[in-house]
Design a protein around this ligand. Structure first.
Ligand code: HEM
Length: 471
């Protein structure tokens, strides 16, 4: 109980809002804004900063809701859909379907590992051909490689770097993520604003129409893919997640398409997966490349580990993993240090809940600060540095089951794509290091700190690096 009080300085003020005190660290500024919003009568928030409390809260059945945020309602078109932003029955059914399909299609298994390794190999060949020995920003090629893996699982199709369809798709995803990172968050925490502000102000200051239009475009693209699948569906040979969904939902509308509800759920799942799966994995890989240029000693150790375990004639594969403990530990420490989702995602209390002796009223939001756990000075030896040894035991063996390590969250809403992301991060990281040495493009030091005002994703700023081929 004392830990809860320590991390929550006070639970109610004279207006009945739930408050917290934040320890130092980056989230402080973001939090100040949130707290102010509670004074304006918006959402009461409990902030959890301690690992054991986050774990306990996120396993509680009554803390699995999502906030009724303005932006969430817009994205879901005023009806719960998909996985990431929905809750209740819609969420549990869609989550179960998505997780089952991702597992059936190999998440965590060798054959998907082979597909990812092939994608990594194509990416390495592209980088070697197009990006060697000069300052480059590694952006669209990496995005294409990451998204191809998801795209294949949903639509059985992959794209070459520069293919117009994938370029457009990634651009739309990027625009949506860009708008969602901007001021639109203010509309969530001050819900009266969208009701009183005229539309032209919403558009001018919050890019409201831009986000709406791009979201419609994304949904149209997903619907087109579903239509294509309907015409070529072979019930005896389902190819991908869309096929499995079409076979599961046999009810059709008068045009032979899925019912409106089912189509919206499938589009919602696709949109969620691509939005949640692209930026996260690709940004973590970019953090990895950035850190490696800043920590050449870590890079040298990773090279040595790879040279001892994998011949120069082929790229690393999943079967090499047991001998690549240092590389795996490196990936985990990049996840820790970058803390891509520093506040995870908001949960909402769906009932009044007594938690740690306090009554948390229904609709209170829970914000869990993973970054505080990831940089806990009394737990991590070098909290603010890249130090793969955090995840190695004294014999150099991987020790990944760590407290205070929750990049994918914990509990019932833990990331659906965690195994897939871990496979991608490991294989892409191993391939990049096997093939290249990474150097900073400038003598001025690169910025490795994340933006303290970030409330959704800590993304690295755009940076240039130089790739040198290893022999
Ligand atoms: C480095 C990569 C990734 C990181 C750090 C990450 C992190 C997270 C976090 C922190 C959450 C919030 C969990 C919560 O609310 O408690 C989440 C949810 C989610 N992630 Fe990921 N994720 C990654 C990759 C992926 C990938 C590749 C997919 C694609 C399959 C994916 C799909 C999802 C979905 C669908 C949810 C919503 C789960 C739910 O609400 O039940 N993520 N992820």
């Amino acid at each position: 109980m004392s830990t809860f009080i320590e991390s929550c300085e006070f639970l109610t003020d004279e207006e009945g809002d739930i408050y917290v005190n934040m320890p130092d660290l980056h989230c402080e500024r973001a939090l100040t804004r949130l707290l102010r919003s509670t004074k304006w009568g918006a959402h009461p928030i409990v902030v959890l900063t301690e690992y054991s409390l986050i774990k306990k809260a996120f396993q509680h059945p009554s803390f699995q809701g999502r906030p009724d945020f303005f932006s969430y309602r817009i994205v879901q078109r005023h009806r719960k859909r998909g996985v990431a932003l929905s809750d209740g029955l819609v969420w549990s059914e869609n989550r179960h379907f998505l997780l089952t399909q991702l597992r059936n299609l190999g998440m965590g298994k060798t054959f998907l590992g082979d597909a990812i390794a092939d994608e990594a190999s194509l990416l390495m060949d592209h980088l070697e051909k197009a990006c060697l020995d000069r300052p480059v920003v590694i952006d669209s090629a990496l995005n294409t490689a990451v998204i191809n893996v998801l795209w294949m699982m949903f639509t059985s199709k992959r794209y070459d770097v520069g293919d117009l369809e994938i370029v457009q798709y990634v651009q739309v995803l990027e625009k949506i993520l860009y708008v969602s990172r901007k001021k639109i968050f203010l509309l969530d925490i001050i819900p009266v604003l969208p009701k009183i502000l005229p539309m032209f102000i919403l558009n001018a200051f919050f890019d409201f129409n831009v986000g709406e239009n791009y979201f419609q475009e994304l949904t149209k693209m997903s619907e087109n893919k579903i239509r294509e699948h309907l015409t070529s569906l072979d019930p005896d040979n389902p190819r991908d997640i869309i096929d499995y969904y079409l076979l599961e939902k046999t009810e059709r509308d008068s045009n032979g398409f899925l019912t409106h509800f089912d189509a919206q759920q499938l589009c919602g799942m696709m949109n969620d997966t691509f939005l949640a799966g692209l930026d996260t994995t690709a940004s973590t890989l970019r953090w990895m490349m950035l850190y490696l240029t800043i920590y050449p000693d870590v890079q040298a150790k990773a090279h040595q580990c790879l040279d001892e375990a994998v011949p120069r004639t082929r790229l690393p594969c999943l079967a090499d993993k047991p001998r690549l403990a240092y590389v795996e530990a490196l990936v985990l420490d990049v996840l820790r240090l970058s803390s891509l989702a520093p506040l995870l995602m908001f949960h909402r209390a769906t009932d009044d809940v007594v938690f740690e002796g306090y009554t948390i009223p229904q609709d209170t939001l829970l914000m869990a600060c993973s970054e505080i756990c990831h940089k806990n000075k009394s737990f991590w030896q070098k909290p603010d540095q890249l130090y793969p040894e955090h995840f190695l035991d004294e014999n150099g063996k991987l020790d990944s089951d760590k407290e205070n390590f929750i990049p994918f969250s914990v509990g019932r809403r833990q990331c659906v794509g965690e195994s897939l992301a871990r496979m991608q991060l490991f294989l892409f990281t191993a391939a990049i290091l096997h093939r290249f040495k990474l150097e900073a493009a400038t003598t001025t030091s690169l910025k490795s700190e994340s933006d303290p005002a970030t409330t959704i994703f800590n993304r690295p700023d755009r940076f240039e690096l130089v790739l040198r081929k290893r022999n």
